[in-house]
Design a protein around this ligand. Sequence first.
Ligand SMILES: Cc1ncc(COP(=O)(O)O)c(C=O)c1O
Length: 384
Amino acid sequence: MGLGASRVESISTSMIRKMFEMAQKSAGKEIISLGLGEPDFDTPREICDSAYKAMQSGYTHYTSNFGIPELREKLAEKYREENGMDITSENVMVTVGACEALMNISISLFEEGSKVIIPSPSFVGYYAYTGIAGAVPVHLKTSLENGFEIDPDALNEVAGRDIDAIMINSPNNPTGAVIPEKKVRAIAEIAEDNDMWIISDEVYEKIIYEREHTSFGKYYDKVITVGGFSKTFAMTGWRVGYVIADENIIDMLLKVHQFNGVCAPAFAQKALVDYVGGNLPAVDDMVREFKRRRDLVVKRLNEIDGITCSKPYGAFYVFPRVEIGGMDGYEFTMKLFEDKGVVVVPGSAFGPGNENHIRISYATAYDKLERAMDLIEEFSEENK
Ligand SMILES: Cc1ncc(COP(=O)(O)O)c(C=O)c1O
């Protein structure tokens, strides 16, 4: 027997982690990391206080596998009122972050050989979840010229190939693209015509600028919606996410979740009950600051000869194309780190066809971003 099962061996260690570790090892050198996908803000004070109270009042044990009833109720209410979905708390299951939700969905829904459309570029996790479940990824390229939005015509062509599901993420990691309502409806219609599940990862729904967020679950029944609090409240370390789906799907997901995540931390669940809709001034401040940074980064990158960057409407990433000195995105990333100490992630980490791109996360202080843009400009000049 080999070291590991082949379905796990084929999964690559996240390039983002590798870049992060590389940066950590460079003690003494000036390093600016634009690599990681987490807000650089603190979890709002109100939530920390609420968690502390919850711990003191005994929320330190297992909860129901479904999550605490108050949180499920509040989530159902939010999705009915804000997202236009016809659901009750029975349609909600709380998970250990969105990651656990996505893994459980893949394991529960897919058979060996199930065909799953993964738009490229995509969140790196989608390849791992589907791979572990034995599903086959069907790539659907999105492009910088279209603002990285899924093109319904292109989807229509691929959807005819006996597809089981599509994984969609809007607002998007790594591009920041937000699918407008009209396209959400068109995509939902295509899914319905082809009897295809939509797994809609909406973890960035609150980090959005000029556009409104639209949930696929508003227009189609065979949608499994995934959400979480990691990004909205800068609480990546607390590990609370959730799934919204048909009750039969929730029951099926529970079979895996009961032995996998078991339950999200009890005090974290309780702390969130009053803040489910993201209704805190700290969130508005954070989003305003992200927008200011996005404007800086998009402007500065487009001023550099050989870099083209679309303007994203959500999340905290840009995914520019780099055409500098014949380097692909990987070579650009490595040399930029060596020469200037700026950490970005090569586009190839996010799926095929992205070799000439890099991902920049602007979840970093404004002055650091200004410095990083100076260094990228210098680097691009020096390597023309
Ligand atoms: C698109 C996307 N989905 C899911 C996650 C995972 O979020 P969580 O911390 O809730 O597990 C991330 C984290 O980076 C993400 O970018």
